[in-house]
Design a protein around this ligand. Structure first.
Ligand code: F6R
Length: 603
């Protein structure tokens, strides 16, 4: 996690750094900081919390924010891994000879720190990052050579990281290293200007060509030149930036819930034509001769994967397993090359998912990234990419990313079935008909939103929530519980409805809230019995269903449809609205909930 930026040039360095950090704020907002070197003078600003706090601090200082002298600068927005979100732990970290910003984790920092303390170094922060400036000092004291000291320093670091480092001795260059965490470098539009950032978003409009660094690439930038330790590939940056606006909604999350109708429509464009399903991005050889599909993802994307696993088996008739990426990486999985590996990720940068993808590739598996961000790390590693076309998702709690992922994966299940001839024409026709109806199920009706708003006040306390469902409504229950946890900070669990009697039902009492997903067209009688069992034990029941349910304490009626997948999307909207309204009533920051970040680039 964390976002880093760097700049060499004559434009307004503090503004360029701050603007860049604002673009990267989704990567963490525990603290932020910048360091600018101009004529051997160092200015450092740090603030706890969001970029706005840092900006305010700079504005109220005597710093000349309009300066257009040559300068170099680095900046950082933090998601705390080691040490609390305090100013002391905020980046840039300052050493005797160097200043550093870092994204990732230095896994061997404890050993290094002990070693450095033993040789007399004094640490002021609790971060792993601080070892970098001390290591640099250690080597610089021996050699007086900044480049060599930088190389000696990075040779000692283990983990996943990207680093920007500036030095007192050579105040016109930025040293960089990329290993595991993303880093992009670009020549700016102005003469001799160089820019660095964790993603290309801060670079768009300021540069035209970019290098997305591969792991192991290091070097330094000076006088408009970039010296790399190996060959790199330059690519063209998009010329215009996509800006996400709230468009009159209270929160990005709210806007993104309402947008689902449109983005899901976009995700189908060109992929469904008449009675045909097609993916230009996939060639048939990727999907034929496959005996198993393995899906790997984290968080909400994992829930989309779990939903898709039902569809791949049901529709494509291919065995499908789903793994949480952080578990998959270390379980020594048996990988066979007749397995197709699919990663799902909104950002395309999630460290665990990315590493899982690299593992699968190394083992010789074919791979597909189902991803929302073009040009992200996963899209560059996978054999093929299917973009979900959700547009920028700003709310930390994923909404439209999930609906587009689910629809895209469902379409992929149909495509595989077509390629492998496991679906009859009539069945494909029926499925496509239902798919075309999905956007309508995602329209947010005022009445429904109002109902969720009213109900939300009854669910601000209690000792926990169980979201329960069966079949694809089980991953949907997981997703509903995750949404509530993330933004309301209330404890919630998603559970397969049929499993409650194997233990969790012991928790049932009026203060245990059951959010029951009761679709008409997917095992209705079974789930009804499970909910009755909970009701009999006094759990407070909020039923979501198109069918009236007399035992419910609260009831949210969804529109009647004739297919369980349409009910799935109807209920998804209810769950998203309910958690958002509960969060609003609790006075939480809906778009930037505490302790979270939008892109998780540490394992
Ligand atoms: C939840 C949420 C996270 C992400 C997870 C994976 O609302 O957003 O659980 O789904 O961090 O992120 P991506 O999809 O970017 O790999």
């Amino acid at each position: 996690m964390c976002g880093i930026v760097g700049y060499i040039g004559k434009q307004n360095t503090s503004k360029i750094l701050i603007d860049g950090l604002r673009e990267l704020e989704y990567r963490g907002y525990d603290s932020a900081g910048i360091a600018i070197l101009e004529d051997d003078k160092l200015d450092v600003f740090k603030a706890v919390g969001k970029i706005a706090n840092l900006e305010a601090k700079i504005e109220t200082s005597a710093y000349d924010t309009e300066s257009s002298n040559f300068s170099i600068g680095i900046g950082h927005t933090r998601w705390a891994t080691h040490g609390k979100p305090t100013e002391l732990n905020a980046h840039p970290h300052l050493g005797e000879y160097s200043y550093v910003v870092h994204n990732g984790i230095i896994e061997n920092y404890k050993e290094l720190k002990d070693e450095l303390i033993n040789s007399g170094h004094k640490f002021v922060s609790q971060t792993d990052t601080e070892v970098i400036v001390h290591l640099f000092e250690y080597y610089f004291n021996k050699t007086n050579d900044a480049k060599k000291s930088f190389l000696d320093t990075i040779a000692r670091l283990e983990g996943a990281y990207s680093i920007l480092l500036i030095t007192k001795s050579q105040p016109n260059r930025i040293f960089f290293m990329k290993h595991g965490s993303p880093l992009a470098i670009a020549h700016g539009n102005n003469k001799d200007e160089i820019l660095f950032a964790s993603s290309d978003a801060p670079l768009i409009g300021l540069a035209s060509d970019v290098v997305y660094l591969e792991d192991g690439v290091s070097g330094y930038a000076i006088d408009g030149n970039i010296v790399f330790n190996q060959e790199v590939k330059w690519t063209t940056l998009p010329t215009s930036k996509q800006f996400a606006q709230k468009d009159g909604f209270r929160f990005f999350m709210e806007k993104e819930i309402y947008e689902q109708h449109d983005v899901v429509t976009d995700s189908m464009l060109g992929r469904i034509k008449d009675d045909e399903i097609n993916f230009e991005e996939l060639n048939e050889s990727l999907c034929s001769g496959i005996n198993e599909i393995k899906i790997c993802a984290c968080g909400t994307s994992y829930h989309a994967g779990l939903t898709a696993s039902y569809l791949f088996e049901r529709i494509s008739k291919v065995r499908c397993s789903v793994e949480i990426a952080s578990e998959f990486r270390y379980k020594e999985p048996l990988l066979k090359d007749d397995t197709l590996f699919i990663v799902i990720s909104q950002s395309g940068e999630t460290a665990d998912t990315l590493e899982a993808l690299k593992m699968a590739k190394k083992a010789g598996l074919k791979s597909i990234a189902v991803c929302n961000v073009d040009n992200s790390s996963m899209t560059r590693v996978a054999d093929a990419t299917v973009l979900t076309r959700a547009g920028i998702e700003k709310g930390v709690a994923s909404t439209k990313a999930f609906s587009t992922q689910t629809v895209v994966l469902w379409m992929m299940a149909l495509y595989f079935a077509k390629v492998n001839e496991t679906i009859a024409k009539q069945e494909l026709h029926e499925q496509l008909k239902v798919l075309r109806e999905v956007p309508k199920s995602l329209i947010v009706e005022d009445k429904l939103h109002e109902k969720c708003r009213r109900l939300s006040k009854r669910y601000l306390h209690g000792h926990g929530f169980f979201f329960i469902g069966r079949d694809v409504f089980y991953p949907l229950a997981l997703e509903g519980a995750l949404k509530l946890k993330e933004i309301s900070y209330l404890h919630a669990e998603g559970y397969p409805a049929g499993e409650m009697k194997h233990g969790p039902i012991a928790l049932a009492d009026p203060e245990l809230f059951t959010i029951a997903l009761m679709p008409q067209h997917c095992h209705y009688d079974k789930i009804k019995s499970n909910v009755e069992e909970l009701s009999a034990r006094d759990s407070t029941i909020c039923a979501i269903s198109p069918l009236e349910f007399e035992l419910s304490d609260d009831f949210i009626k969804t529109k009647p449809t004739d297919h369980y997948m349409l009910e799935f999307f109807e209920m998804l909207v209810v769950l998203q609205l309910l958690s958002m309204e509960i969060s609003v009533r609790l006075g939480n920051d809906v778009d930037m909930p505490r302790n979270l970040a939008k892109s998780v680039t540490v394992e």
